[in-house]
Design a protein around this ligand. Structure first.
Ligand code: BDR
Ligand code: CA
Length: 314
């Protein structure tokens, strides 16, 4: 079931190939009104994630959506090295135009606080696709504004699955564990989309070929992005479509199985940093633990095929 009317939405992101797919999906869907894109360092440095956000908006012809640059580094640690799997430009070398406009001069966290204070409480959702540094800063610096968030849907963590950067640690939470702990413990309405779910949402070659043959530029661009994101080992399935699962959950929560878990975030210094533990003393979080993977892919294709027939390819 899709939402009755478009939700006011802010995307907090570190594009990133899978971020880019999620952003294009959201832009193609009439069910989101995207008020702004906030960037954070993660998959690659902040200058590049910010530029990539602008490039995606330019491609989609959405120069009306502002980009706000956020945190260049975690709350209290050194940031991660760029992840090779996203390529030198962070989006797999796929051809996108230059940004149509500069990022805004206001810091992302300040903008989000002002925006939340200017809208009715509970009406703005934040889709978090990267390390949680910006949201943690909002909670710490602007708690009154933070309390007005409708809900946060965040890709991050691993519950019963092994991690992707440490034995139990997933990249977004590992990159800034202190920020993840602040957000998890904040009491804000939080839906977490962990690896347990995202690893079940992978594109096949047939899926990509169908998208590539579409006359819709959003669909063929996503085909190119997924093409640069195949598992080198098998070459049969893409890497997990982590971040688009956030948009998919926002559009169709019925595709996911949710459980409330009490969670703690490991903020130690080892490779357990960012790991989640189920703990009776932990904070209650809605966690996606199951997904209808083929239903999710079907919805992704449906959104992209409904998108506009014009876009600008640089
Ligand atoms: C997460 O880490 C990043 O590499 C992806 O963009 C995704 O947000 C998956 O662990
Ligand atoms: Ca990401």
């Amino acid at each position: 079931m899709t939402p009755a009317k478009p939700r006011l939405t802010v995307i907090d992101t570190d594009p990133g190939i899978d971020d880019a797919i999620g952003i294009l999906m959201a832009l193609a869907s009439p069910d989101f009104t995207i008020a702004g894109i906030m960037t954070v360092a993660g998959n690659i440095g902040l200058e590049t994630t910010t530029r990539n956000a602008g490039r995606l908006l330019a491609f989609a012809g959405r120069g009306d959506i502002p980009v706000f640059q956020g945190a260049a580094a975690p709350l209290s640690r050194v940031g991660p090295e760029p992840l090779n799997l996203h390529g030198e430009d962070g989006i797999g070398g796929v051809a996108l135009p230059d940004p149509a406009r500069l990022p805004e001069s206001q810091h992302a966290v300040e903008w989000l606080a002002d925006f939340l204070l200017g809208e009715p409480a509970g009406t703005v959702d934040v889709l978090a696709l990267g390390p949680l540094t910006n949201l943690a800063r909002l909670v710490l610096e602007q708690p009154e504004a933070a309390r007005r968030i409708g809900r946060i849907i965040a890709m991050g963590g691993a519950i019963h699955e092994h991690g992707n950067v440490g034995p139990c640690s997933e990249f977004n939470l590992w990159a800034d564990p202190e920020a993840a702990a602040v957000v998890v413990e904040s009491g804000l309405p939080l839906v977490l989309i962990p690896l347990d779910v995202t690893r079940r949402v992978r594109a096949t070659r047939d899926f990509v070929e169908t998208l590539a043959a579409s006359e819709k530029p959003m669909a063929s661009m996503v085909a190119s992005l997924i093409e640069s994101y195949f598992e080198a080992a098998t070459n049969r399935e893409s890497r997990p479509l982590h971040d688009p699962c956030v948009m998919l959950y926002a559009l169709a929560p019925e595709l996911f199985r949710i459980e409330e878990l009490r969670l703690c975030v490991d903020t130690g210094g080892s490779d357990a940093a960012g790991a989640l533990a189920i703990d009776p003393e932990g904070s209650p979080v809605q966690v996606a633990l199951g997904v209808d993977g083929s239903g999710a892919l079907h919805l992704l294709a449906r959104c992209l095929s409904a998108g506009s027939t014009s876009a600008s390819i640089g």
